[in-house]
Design a protein around this ligand. Sequence first.
Ligand SMILES: Cc1cc2nc3c(=O)[nH]c(=O)nc-3n(C[C@H](O)[C@H](O)[C@H](O)COP(=O)(O)OP(=O)(O)OC[C@H]3O[C@@H](n4cnc5c(N)ncnc54)[C@H](O)[C@@H]3O)c2cc1C
Length: 247
Amino acid sequence: MTENLIGRRVDLLDKGFIELVDLMPHPASGIRGDLAIVNAARVSFLGESKGDEADKKLLFYLMRNHHSSPFEMVEFKFRLRAPVITYWQWIRHRTFHYQSANAQSGRYTPFKEDDFYVPSVWRRQSTSNKQASEGELDPEATAKLTDQLASFYKQAHALYQAALDMGVSKEMARLFLPGFSVYYTWVVKVDAWNLINFLRLRMANDAQYEIRVYAKAIYHDFFKPALPWTAEACEQYLFDQSIDLNP
Ligand SMILES: Cc1cc2nc3c(=O)[nH]c(=O)nc-3n(C[C@H](O)[C@H](O)[C@H](O)COP(=O)(O)OP(=O)(O)OC[C@H]3O[C@@H](n4cnc5c(N)ncnc54)[C@H](O)[C@@H]3O)c2cc1C
């Protein structure tokens, strides 16, 4: 039921989350997202719904033929919190960021001591792909690296706080913070077609684990429940077969 989707929040990584803030068409309108797509396509010949079987067939035709604009009639607005390593990859998706986003300001809000990402495992460098990782370090090495990271964060935050205490501005004191690891919060809006592009790229096995966690949560917790026909058509025609579609 899409009514329950708005306000739903899924916790991710150690301190991150994603929450659906709004959806168009709004569930209160009684119009299902899949039907909004079909109805937009039928405007071409001034028609409307012809019942589930014909409507679903039309939606599958649109997807199969990359007739994309009707899918842009559905929009999702998310509030999310993720480490900068993920934020940085996210903002490359111009249609899912630059057009419509608002982010937390480190010039305005001071960072807290636990605003940093602590991974649960340390992945090894891949030997076959210079950009990727594979396998994990053993538990002893993991514990050692995690301890080192925690003490590094503590020291960095202490330097940041000391600079603030000396009267340094927040916009400059943040130079002391580990930039890749700090958590950011932002609100962002995207239409269904461009979200599908994001999901296709970021649920794939070659996407970094951290952003894949967010992409999979979007797909299973929000996209699929909001647009079940569209999700089925994506799985049939658009997503690479190697994508792991398990939640
Ligand atoms: C596994 C992986 C590794 C990557 N590695 C790197 C890397 O090493 N370095 C790096 O810089 N990036 C890297 N990227 C980012 C990648 O190059 C894309 O910038 C990112 O995936 C966004 O994809 P997009 O352009 O399709 O999405 P969006 O920016 O959301 O655009 C969606 C679609 O809209 C259209 N579009 C949007 N803006 C324009 C425009 N101005 N002109 C014409 N068409 C437009 C395009 O058809 C585009 O496909 C990587 C991405 C992945 C998934």
